[in-house]
Design a protein. Structure first.
Length: 235
């Protein structure tokens, strides 16, 4: 897509959002932050091409598009989060949202800019509470990632070619993403852990949030964990 196409498509999304979705609590992502397009906006724009005649887009296609602006990205999750967490009517073939539309596993399709994602209103109060207070929460952290300290809008501490964008990170992934269970984290800290860890308010790991973390360990460490669990459970 050209820069003009991105801007024109975002403007179309913005108009529909103001007319149909804003009043339902669906959040419109910023087009840019720190002089760069945001990943959420790029994802919406890519899925909204030729709206209302949109097509199903594979995760690979979406990732390759995002890579033009974020070369380090490997696993684009924006489409899934824009739907279930933020209310955009994006269906997933992997999630089997609606097989009648012929969306295959690994594909996403923007269905409508006039309607919000089915079930979003059921979740909206819980999720939007987190979003409404998030700016104030970021200010408490001096707009820095609670885990690595990178500052929003500035180059990342360790990935110098990446502009830091803060996201709502679960403190405990086993609990809802709402006030009291959110810390600001950059994408580098928020995405890779796959909800494996429990964090405290200072961004420190204080527990395991998903047993699958064992799969990432060496056989030697898995054996140590196994032996320790046997000792604990046999008490």
């Amino acid at each position: 897509m050209t820069e003009e196409q991105i801007l024109n498509t975002y403007t179309l999304i913005e108009k529909h959002h103001d007319s149909h979705l804003k009043q339902h609590g669906v959040k419109l992502p910023r087009l840019t932050l720190g002089g760069k397009y945001t990943k959420d906006a790029l994802t919406l724009v890519f899925l909204a091409q030729n709206y209302p005649d949109t097509k199903a887009v594979s995760k690979t296609e979406l990732t390759e598009f995002i890579k033009q602006y974020y070369p380090d990205v490997n696993d684009v999750q924006q489409a899934r989060h824009l739907a279930a967490q933020k209310g955009w009517y994006i269906l997933s073939g992997t999630r089997k949202d609606n097989n009648s539309l012929g969306i295959n596993a690994g594909e996403y399709k923007l269905v409508s800019l006039e309607k919000f994602y089915p079930g979003f209103t059921h979740q909206r109060r819980e999720l939007q509470e987190g979003e409404d207070f998030f700016e104030a929460l970021k200010a408490q952290y001096d707009y820095r990632c609670a885990t690595c300290g990178s500052k929003e809008g500035e180059p990342h501490r360790y990935w110098k070619n990446t502009t830091t964008v803060l996201q709502m990170g679960h403190m405990d992934p086993q609990k809802p993403l709402k006030e009291g269970n959110i810390i600001p984290q950059c994408e580098k800290c928020n995405r890779p852990d796959r909800n494996y860890w429990i964090y405290d308010a200072k961004g420190r790991v204080v527990g395991i949030g998903n047993e699958k973390v064992v799969d990432t360990c060496t056989p030697e460490m898995q054996k140590k964990i196994f032996d320790r669990l046997k000792t604990i459970l046999n008490k």
